[in-house]
Design a protein around this ligand. Sequence first.
Ligand SMILES: [Zn+2]
Length: 654
Amino acid sequence: MQLSPRQIHLDFHTSEYIDGIGSQFDAVQFAQMAKDASISSMTVFARCHHGWLYYPSERFPELMHPHLEKKNLLLEQIDALHEQGINAPIYITVQWDYHSGTTRPEWLIRKEDGSHEGQPFTEPGFYQSLCVNTGYIDFLKEMTAEICDQLRGKLDGVFFDIVGIRPCWCASCRADMKKAGVNMKDETAVRRFAKQMIDGFKADMTQLVRQYSDDCTIFYNAGHVGPCTWDSRESYTHFELESLPSGSWGYLHFPLTARYARKLGMDCLGMTGKFHTEWGDFHSLKNLAALEFECFRMLSFGFASSIGDQLEPNGMLNSATYKLIGQVYSQFAAREAWARPSKPLVEAAVLTPENTLYEHQIPDSLMGAVQMLEELSVQFDIIDETMDFSTYQLLILPDDLIVSREASRKLNRFTEQGGRIIACMQGGLSEDHVYPESFAASYDGLNPDYPDFIVAEGELANELEFGQAYAIYLQGAKVSSEGAEAVLTAQAPYFPRQGDHFCSHRYTPSAHGEPYPVAFRNGQVILFSHPLFQQYRRNAPNWCKKLIAGALKALLPARLVTHDGPSTVTASLLDQPQEKRVNLHLLSYVPVRKSAMIDIIEERTKVNHVEVSLHLPYEIKKARLVPENIDLQYQDGRLIVPEIDGYAIVELIY
Ligand SMILES: [Zn+2]
């Protein structure tokens, strides 16, 4: 299914202590504003986190917002949008519903001690979660069926919100866990049960929605898409990657999620917000350049876009908001032909150490790897060990990636067939602490004598000051060779900093003693004994990136794309075989930590005269900048992009 490209997610969580809900709503004006802002789809509200309904419910009239002046608000929104050719999927809250939580305490998720999850009811907010394994499910199904039935024939999609893996010890979950023999004192076992339960819920709800529409979109939001989504992927029609960079997600979450989500085999959209901060920030506007970057970055992944907004209680869209959105979406529309549909051209994959039982625990090693590899313009996916390795030239195994025995054998087969591997520290170790045979190295536990200091000699350290010592602050591993060649060494400190053994403010310096190996090469495998990616996430030492760059150069000398622009420029290649072209998307926007809380983008960062080198699997006949239609000289895989003013797309015809 190909998603509608330019979407709005129109939040409408509205208190019962406000009068005149929808009183200023003007259907024609509403849809015209959306149309003028180049919007192609707008998700509108059936039921909000306060627990109120915005349609004329016959089954639950008591749950219609008590001050809803436009009884048909939702239906009028949908009809008006449809009249302008704009899609209008509906929003239904699942695990957060303040009214249900307050009036039906038996539906609440319970912690092990019997207390409810989330904040106290004396605090403002609707963050006490409901358990779908209680009688709540009957209400939810009935409500969903009712609105789907009312919309029959014009139901474009259903967005179920707050559908997460939440361990629960409510009476009904306890009874089911007892039946299934789950050890209720074991948090992981309870979490595993909670995951199976919520995955089953998704399958059920999809089946229910399908009774009313064969082809509407269906999505379950948990604020993250990752290995936690894999088992239930068939309940979805697409993936919406909620990731508001000025909220708790930050700027690194979207590309990290996107690189995995695009492996799930369905169309994706990125979701940001128009807010200066995040959801519920009614009266604020995001900086234009920031919104451009966030939406254009989605396009550079070949994704559709969704911008979150919150409708005011009176039902009026804010004109400045839609002027801002229009400024971005008109540019987006002019460029989407070079991104959608497309498939990314990639050379490498990072194996994710993410735990499938958690939605919000992204390992630092993965964050560091994504940051670093994007800076190095590596074209990569993020995959898990069950996925096909054979389509990649290079696999990257981050610092804390423990694999199954089966995956360990798969890694051996991968290298036997010519695949290359860069691994850090425990990356690739099986649960019994054995590296794949192809590493020809053995793991001897953590190195107690740290921090230690790499010595900049050899091909991996070519870009460092020759012979100098560089600290790796985090604790590494002790690794010994079982036939692999030592390609980098380090020296120990005088002693580790402990008790009364310390020297100066930080770590004890190098004793400049006998160097010992800390990186090994066996054929096409390079293994570092330090957690270089976690270190990069922690404080981004440039030498960690240069060591990985050295390993990349040694294993993959002909990279798909490299450039001489600044490390803040991102490059992605999208292949469109149906058009016989590959499109190089270059972005130059720089988030700056201007505040204690969030990163800010205030302007585009213009970059001039960027030389790009390409090693594509096609013979390129012609290169031009699009949509500007400016021809570029392409010779021997090289071209010069005269200027990147925030966003540049080079079309390469083959
Ligand atoms: Zn429960």
